[in-house]
Design a protein around this ligand. Structure first.
Ligand code: OXD
Ligand code: MN
Length: 592
């Protein structure tokens, strides 16, 4: 039911259910003060002021980086903690072999112990937020309670927070995700990120790192939302959304899933190479897509976020000009290094010299990189010069193609197209990628990361693949599905493909295919472009490199299919028959 804006009402009076929940958490955590976040600019500035006064934020050079600040986290709290992240469903099988599981009662009891009295002497911030445009039927709301002002300012940049979100919660019939967070003592031994999808609730303790603490992002918009999406008939995915306008003037939108720190932000903000004049690129989102079957039988995407929490190292004018320009003002940096002139510095910048490392020590290469490999920027999407005007629209954008990809030295070619939606689900389910610094643990280890959702799917992957297959059946015009690998290397370990802006050459082929024009060759794994089907004008790529990039080695692929079968076996009888049959068809084609 629509209600008039209630700007005269104190926030605590707008939604009785939110107020009651806040009161119960106040009793549990015993804070010194309670601050309801309005979401105004003045409030943001005042929180920044408080954090600067306590030294939690450091103001950067205001001439070169106006209104930019640096936060340094605890050195043991720099990434997501997948081993401490749990999905707590009543039945263990509903969380699946892809998740760590704990019974809800046990998880609540453990968390209650940690949260009891944990905010003594601290301020409790109440952050009502909306994931997605405030007026979109596809958006969903939540309220995060936290004792971290750093979290509050990050949430202000990353989501739509404050009074309008609270008013939307009332319009939604007081349905919202309850997210409770405390940094606790930042003790890795007292750290848990718990999800209760059946209760639409999150409890996170002991970490201030974005992916563990900004609960609107991975916890809500992926883990809880993926579960909710299944019950409501849509998909919550770890995907960027990008709009491409061709020189013919046609605009198409692509959603692309890659594991963390594999270049989603760069692809979402791609700058066309000079040798491809007339192309324009618009960013709708860089990390998460909520996908809904639309009334016309196409799939529509919204970006639930309103800002970017991107990996800083490697960002420079050649890799991502828009991101480089975007983070020169109004940006929060976490765990980057500093120059002597108080500018932020990171590996991959070709100007400036690091003087202080990410831990605040004088820089010494013996201590490792100057900026942490998972150092981050947080910035409003409005700062992106390529921000799509459609990103704030309530209807979302129609998706022409879905792209899956991983970071793989070999096996997967530069690009291939799935034969149809069901084959596309197998292609997505088969994604494998080398791990990165975005999560605690060894980097560079190859692991299966279906749909790039391994750390983020809030329920059993077998049920998730069934849901993907069912969603396809509801679409009259499903997107075409692709797999890409920008990271293939030669025998010497050198990347074969230049990547970044030149990835547009591959996307342009996909759009030609969607328009029914692009050429291809059938292979056992799907359809690949022939060299002449890719626009390679102006690109100096050796013929042998192109041949290798577009090659499919049947022996390696037979091993790949076998590995996939072993992987699927872990999901037992819940695996949809249609997925098994797609794998059998692939095996049969490879045996020919
Ligand atoms: C992220 C991640 O921060 O995937 O987006 O870890
Ligand atoms: Mn991500």
């Amino acid at each position: 039911m629509a209600t008039a804006p209630q700007s005269f009402l104190p926030l605590s009076k707008i939604s009785r259910s939110v107020a009651e929940w806040v009161a119960s958490i106040q009793t549990l955590t015993q804070p010194e003060a309670v601050h309801w976040c309005e979401g105004s600019d003045a409030e943001y500035t005042s929180l920044i002021g408080e954090l600067t006064a306590t030294g939690e934020l450091q103001k950067l050079n205001s001439e070169s980086f106006p209104n930019c600040f640096l936060a340094r986290s605890h050195p043991s709290d720099v990434a997501r903690v997948e081993h401490l992240t749990f999905v707590c469903t009543t039945q263990r099988e509903d969380a699946g072999p892809n998740n760590h599981w704990m019974a809800p009662a046990e998880a609540h009891a453990r968390m209650r112990e940690l949260f009891t009295g944990c905010m003594k002497g601290r301020t409790l911030y109440v952050i009502p937020y909306c994931m997605g445009p405030l007026d979109s039927p596809y958006s969903r709301c939540g309220v995060e309670i936290t004792d971290s002002a750093y979290v509050a300012i990050n949430m202000a940049l990353m989501t739509r927070i404050g009074r309008p979100a609270l008013e939307r919660i009332v319009r939604d019939g007081d349905k919202f995700v309850k997210g409770l967070h405390s940094v606790g003592e930042l003790d890795p031994n007292r750290r848990f990120i718990m999800h209760f999808p059946e209760e639409l609730a999150i409890e996170s303790f002991g970490s201030g790192y974005g992916g563990n603490a900004l609960l609107g992002k991975k916890c809500h918009a992926l883990r809880i939302a993926s579960y909710q999406a299944r019950t409501e008939g849509w998909l919550a995915e770890h995907m960027l959304i990008v709009g491409l306008q061709s020189p013919r003037g046609e605009t198409h939108y692509i959603a692309a899933a890659f594991p963390s720190a594999c270049g989603k932000t760069n692809l979402a903000m791609l700058i066309p190479p000079e040798s491809m004049p007339g192309w324009k690129v618009f960013t709708v989102g860089d990390d998460i897509a909520w996908l809904h079957p639309g009334p016309d039988g196409r799939l529509y995407a919204i970006n639930p976020e309103a800002g970017y929490f991107g990996v800083v190292p490697g960002t420079n004018p050649d890799t991502n000009r828009n991101a480089y320009d975007m983070i020169r003002r109004d940006t929060l940096f976490t765990n980057v290094a500093l120059t002597a002139g108080n500018d932020p510095w990171w590996e991959g910048l070709d100007s400036g010299i690091p003087a202080i490392d990410w831990q605040g020590r004088p820089y010494d290469p013996k201590n490792g990189p100057a900026a942490h490999p998972n150092s981050r920027f947080t910035v409003s999407a409005k700062r992106n010069p390529g921000y799509s005007p459609e990103a704030d629209g309530p209807r979302g954008v129609p998706i022409s193609a879905i792209v899956f990809g991983g970071r793989r030295r070999g096996v997967a070619p530069l690009v291939y197209e799935a034969r149809d939606w069901a084959h596309g689900v197998l292609v997505g389910a088969s994604v494998a990628s080398e791990t990165t610094a975005a999560a605690v643990g060894e980097s560079g280890v190859l692991r299966r990361d279906p749909m790039a959702m391994k750390p983020f799917c809030g329920y059993n992957f077998a049920d998730y693949w069934s849901h993907w297959l069912e969603t396809g059946k509801k679409l009259k015009a499903p997107p075409r599905v692709y797999h890409v690998n920008w990271f293939r290397r030669d025998a010497q370990g050198k990347f074969l493909w230049p990547g970044f802006g030149d990835n547009l050459r591959v996307l342009a082929w996909m759009l030609e295919r969607c328009a029914g024009r692009g050429g291809m060759v059938e292979t056992a794994i799907g359809q690949l472009p022939r060299p002449q089907d890719l626009d390679l004008r102006g690109l100096d790529l050796p013929k042998a490199a192109l041949e290798e990039l577009l090659s499919v080695d049947h022996d390696l692929w037979r091993k790949e299919a076998l590995d996939m079968r072993t992987y699927l076996d872990a999901y037992g009888t819940r695996i949809p028959a249609a997925l098994q049959s797609e794998l059998s068809k692939l095996e049969a084609r490879l045996a020919e």
